[in-house]
Design a binder for this molecule. Structure first.
Ligand SMILES: Cc1ncc(COP(=O)(O)O)c(C=O)c1O
Length: 389
């Protein structure tokens, strides 16, 4: 029995994924027996070793004004070195608010009123970021052999035609979990360099690698091209999103100082609890992290079993706990999702939350126990088998 076999009871503690009113609004059901597989957080209890380290912080009883401690930078550097084989310098790291917030500040800084481009489908908030600043340009990803590929010719064409200033890049890709290859990333970097496009790379899904492929951070290309900003955090890996803390990595000193000035202008800093938790997770959570990856691979095997023989295609994520599924026999996905919720209690994410080019896809979050996921998939399977529009 693994610690992941006993997921948290999150009802009534403010968790959105388990909130009755929110579920009623989104899925039009007030069923008690629900299986929330939508919002991308995990139902696992935090690692005891990380909690212990965080308790030590609580015990200091000191929550006043503070400077970010060296240990924060040290643990991020060690994590990148040991886990991702990517050396970084301390001064490249800028502590920030949540990942989304830190990307908003970055987009505000670099977009300069020019449109922001993204490859779609993609994480829905990217649209908000683009809309809040230079406006949005989307380029559809190509689908081949159950995975997404980048259409470089189209990317270049649109950069020129729309006078794009920034590429908002999801590395690895949410919703498909695709880890881009070194060659693909190099292609993106070289194209952006050639066309003077700043890259803002969201790497929050990079630390849960379930595949044999190496995850390559765009940090690796910062020497070759200096207009790259990487935004990341252990918020997915260690389920810390509620703490709204993250960091940004910028090698180019001019760009970094401009970014720091941008945060200072609005008095934005990392909060002290978030800083302590990130430090504790990277320092003490390594065994838990290894175990989590093994457990999630088990969930993907369960997925494979339960989806076999159904009239659908699914993209096995290289990284993360989210699964992107094309429902071949469904044309009205929004209706399907509501009916699934009402009849079975299984709550999944609709494709239309992923900006554009989502077709008849849905997304399932697998970060729960084998037992709970197995029950949910059983219900999903029976419902889908008998579904007729
Ligand atoms: C690609 C991506 N970036 C950022 C976030 C959210 O980051 P944070 O909670 O740190 O703001 C998510 C959450 O689902 C995500 O999928």
């Amino acid at each position: 029995m693994s610690t992941f076999d006993s997921p948290l009871d999150r009802r009534g503690n403010g968790s959105k994924k388990w909130d009755k009113d929110y579920i009623q609004r989104r899925f039009k059901t007030s069923r008690e027996d629900i299986y929330p597989l939508f919002i991308a957080d995990m139902d696992f209890r935090q690692d005891e070793a990380v909690l212990k380290a965080f308790h030590a912080f609580i015990e200091t009883g000191d929550f006043g004004y503070f400077d970010v401690l060296d240990s924060f930078y040290d643990t991020i550097q060690s994590w990148y070195q040991d886990k991702l084989d990517t050396p970084i310098e301390k001064e490249w790291i800028v502590p920030a608010n949540g990942t989304i917030a830190s990307m908003h500040f970055a987009a505000d800084l670099v977009s300069k009123g020019q449109p922001i481009m993204m490859l779609t489908p993609v994480y829905g908030i990217f649209k908000d970021i683009a809309s809040n600043f230079g406006g949005m340009v989307t380029v559809p990803l190509l689908e081949a052999d159950g995975a997404y590929l980048i259409d470089f010719a189209q990317l270049e064409k649109e950069i020129i035609a729309q006078n794009v200033g920034t590429l908002l890049f999801c590395n690895p890709h949410n919703p498909s979990g695709r880890i881009w290859s070194y060659e693909e990333l190099q292609g993106v970097v070289r194209l952006c360099k050639k066309r003077g496009v700043t890259i803002l790379s969201d790497e929050i899904h990079g630390e849960l690698n379930l595949s044999e492929k190496p995850f390559v951070s765009l940090i690796s290309f910062m020497e070759e091209y200096e207009d790259i900003i990487v935004a990341s955090s252990p918020n997915k890996t260690f389920n810390l999103s509620g703490l709204t803390a993250s960091y940004v990595i910028i090698r180019n000193p001019k760009l970094r100082q401009a970014y720091q000035r941008e945060l200072a202008r609005f008095h934005i800093t990392i909060n002290r609890a978030g800083m302590s938790f990130i430090t504790a997770a990277y320092e003490h959570g390594r065994d838990w992290h290894n175990d989590l990856i093994v457990y999630l691979k088990g969930n993907m095997a369960l997925m494979e079993e339960q989806l076999a023989g159904l009239d659908l295609e699914w993209m096995r994520p290289d990284s993360g706990f989210l699964v992107w599924i094309r429902l071949n026999k469904v044309t009205d996905v929004d209706r399907f999702v509501v009916e699934l919720a009402q009849e079975t209690g299984v709550l999944i994410e609709i494709g239309s939350r992923f900006v554009a080019d989502y077709g008849n896809y849905v997304r399932l979050n697998c970060a729960t126990s084998h037992g709970f996921l197995g029950e949910a998939l059983d219900k999903f399977r029976n419902f889908y088998q008998n579904y007729a529009e």
